[in-house]
Design a protein around this ligand. Structure first.
Ligand code: ADP
Length: 424
């Protein structure tokens, strides 16, 4: 029965009850009293139904009450609303269980942190990697339980663009990588991975490159020494041997600078995790570099524009090698009579060290890969200029070790600007 029909039945029942009561009352001589009693009885019945309804609402697990008429319709509707709410809740719960199940079984640690920094949930891998226990630690501040200073700084700085790698020196060295995603109104999802194997492999690769470069230097020095001696006595040489020997000497020199760059790169890569806190006077560094280049490249024009006197916390040799690589590139890839400008200035709270040339420039397609080892825009040109292909890789590593960003702007045919942007 629908609601309108039920109301009609209820109304008809009320009218019939009233007429009946009045009729019986009229026969008995008390029509109003009997009517009042009949209406009271009806009211009592409604109160009884209301009480059954209240009991059922208080405990939805009991069977819903049965009734006819409008009360039956009301119970029916409420029962349907209750059932669909239960179904929706069960669906949501099963989705939640599914999500939590997949996060729980993850090999990586996952921790949900609320806007106040308290732990909402964490999985079993987070217990294995960080010792967080769920649900025992629920509501506790994450930073009170994860006592890693680097992670504290990273988490509080809230700059989550790149992950953080932390070295834990316990019985065995362990490397953990944290990545954080913000969601909702300031909540955060923290993922933590054990990257010890990857880090050890990377270390092995670096050591290997470093050792091989080191081992190759001694035989190369011997070869170079003999070549130099032979060529110094060139007068006694048959002319057909001179050209090949000169080429051998050139290539040996190239190989030597390649080994030098490889060794230097592996050195700055391996000390990267130890912060160096010497205050480097950039103006003095640039003036010294200017003097050196004046001697090594007497014909070249270098212009210093020093608009800041700020120092940078870091390593003098590394910064010197980065700027000198940039300036030597600027010399290599521009005409001999063009000017190379090196600037040191403050801009928008940051410190900018720029090297600008008016050379051949670089097409935009090459920019994303330019700092890769041995990446060259034009192989023939680079070999002709004697480059090792490692210069910009060194610059990038030095920049990263000093929390600086390397910006490259270039217009083919007009020139390039390489800028190291240091946080102010
Ligand atoms: P290389 O030793 O070959 O110069 P780098 O790593 O220093 O190696 O540079 C990588 C490549 O980037 C170079 O081969 C060159 O093509 C390009 N490049 C670097 N600096 C400049 C510049 N100032 N102007 C034009 N091209 C450049």
């Amino acid at each position: 029965m629908n609601a309108a029909g039920a109301w009609l039945v209820e109304l008809r029942r009320l009218v019939l009850l009233s007429i009946g009561a009045l009729g019986v009352g009229w026969v008995l001589g008390f029509p109003w009293l009997v009517l009042a009693l009949a209406l009271l009885a009806l009211l009592g019945r409604w109160l009884y139904q209301l009480q059954r309804l209240q009991r059922w609402l208080a405990d939805p697990s009991i069977e819903p009450p049965e009734a006819r008429g409008i009360w039956g319709v009301i119970y029916d509707r409420l029962y349907k609303v209750q059932r669909s709410a239960q179904e929706r809740q069960a669906q949501l719960q099963s989705r939640l269980d599914y999500l939590q199940g997949s996060l729980s079984s993850m090999h990586d640690g996952a921790i949900m942190v609320n806007a106040k920094g308290g732990i909402e949930w964490s999985n079993t891998a987070a217990e294995r990697l960080l010792g967080l226990r769920y649900p025992a630690d629920r509501g506790q501040a994450l930073l009170n339980l994860v006592r890693l200073p680097e992670f504290h700084r990273y988490f509080l700085a809230a700059a989550f663009d790149s992950p953080l790698q932390v070295t834990i020196k316990a019985e065995h060295v362990q490397y953990l990588q944290f990545s954080v995603t913000s969601f909702g109104g300031g909540d955060r999802l923290v993922f933590v991975r054990d990257v010890t194997k990857e880090a050890q492999l990377e270390q092995m690769r670096r050591d290997f490159v470093g050792n091989v470069s080191h081992e190759l230097r001694t035989p190369l020095t011997v070869i170079k020494g003999y070549l130099e001696t032979i060529l110094a006595n060139a007068g006694q040489l048959e002319s057909r041997y001179r050209r090949p020997l000169e080429q051998m000497e050139q290539q040996a020199a190239r190989m030597e600078s390649l080994l030098k760059d490889l060794l230097w790169l592996s050195r700055i890569e391996s000390v990267r995790t130890q912060p160096r806190r010497e205050q480097v006077n950039i103006c003095a560094l640039l003036e010294e570099l200017e003097d050196e280049l004046h001697t090594s490249h007497p014909g070249r024009k270098l212009l210093l524009e020093l608009a800041a006197i700020d120092t940078v916390a870091g390593d003098y040799r590394e910064l010197h090698s980065a700027v000198s690589n940039l300036v030597l590139n600027a010399f290599k890839y521009s005409k001999d009579d063009s000017i190379v400008t090196v600037g040191w200035r403050r801009e928008g709270g940051r410190l900018l060290l720029s090297v600008q040339d008016q050379g051949i420039g670089i097409d935009m397609v090459h920019l994303p890969r330019l700092t890769e080892r041995f990446y060259r825009v034009d192989d023939s040109r680079s070999s002709a200029t004697g480059g090792t292909g490692l210069g910009l890789a060194i610059v990038k590593h030095v920049a990263a070790a000093h929390r600086a960003e390397l910006r490259i702007e270039s217009t083919p045919g007009a020139g390039s600007t390489f800028t190291l942007v240091f946080p102010g």
